[in-house]
Design a protein around this ligand. Structure first.
Ligand code: ADE
Length: 231
């Protein structure tokens, strides 16, 4: 890859990249701030998309059109959906889907985008393997490859999170990944979503999110840093 887009939704999720990039050049498009520069000898374009699928989709298309990235890595935090996952653990997205896409009234299964070929957007094999390798080296295998469920909702209820697990087989839930994945798929650009768990998307999610977002962001950064070093 010649130029890699690195997206985080929030300040905490990109902070360590900001601190470690060199020869940076800043610019703005669609009110989104982009920082192009060098990171472990690779050219990256770092940006904070803002929260939610619309922000993530616009950011991804701008990264592709205006900055010419040829791969995209999303880094950040998520709520654990798979009950085996604990705070701090890492999910490497195998594919992602929009859990809040709901056209069930017309007979489409939950999460299905009507009239599209697919509603599940797969990550790139090579990027995924790099991430798994990073997880083995840095986190002693405490890494799960699984499905990322995205929606414009902060999930904070035991009933909802268990439904996301049983009905949609999610590993984790967040608010951007599937939008990035779909836009990448529409443009033929490889991507992967890396997420470390800040909470368990249950009744304590808001408290845990506040407490563990910085630590989980550091874990996700560590994986992506290792990936970029080994590219
Ligand atoms: N990001 C981190 N935790 C989350 C949750 N519980 N729901 C949605 N997005 C999240």
């Amino acid at each position: 890859y010649q130029k890699i887009g690195v997206i985080g939704a929030m300040k905490e999720e990109i902070e360590l990249f900001v601190q470690h990039m060199q020869q940076v050049r800043d610019s703005e498009k669609a009110k989104i701030h982009f920082r192009e520069g060098s990171f472990h000898g690779k050219t990256i374009v770092l940006c904070k998309s803002g929260v939610g699928k619309v922000n993530a989709a616009v950011t991804t298309q701008v990264l592709i059109d205006t900055y010419g990235v040829d791969a995209i890595i999303f880094t950040g935090v998520a709520g654990a959906v798979d009950p085996e996952l604990n705070v701090g653990d890492i999910v490497v997205g195998s594919e992602s889907m929009q859990h809040d896409m709901d056209v069930t009234a017309l007979g489409f299964p939950r999460g299905t985008i009507p009239y599209e070929e697919t509603s599940l957007f797969a990550s790139d094999n090579k990027l995924r393997e790099l991430a798994v390798h990073a997880g083995q080296e840095l986190f002693d295998g405490r890494v799960k490859v699984g499905r990322v469920l995205s929606g414009d909702q902060f999930i904070a209820s035991r009933e909802t999170v268990s439904r996301l697990y049983t009905e949609l087989q999610g590993a984790c839930t967040e608010m951007e990944g599937a939008a990035v994945a779909q836009v990448c798929s529409m443009n033929g650009i490889p991507h992967v979503v890396i997420r470390s768990m800040s909470d368990k998307a249950d009744g304590s999610a808001h408290v845990n999110f506040a407490e563990f977002t910085v630590q989980a962001s550091e874990n996700s950064y560590a994986i992506v840093e290792h990936m970029l070093k080994h590219l």
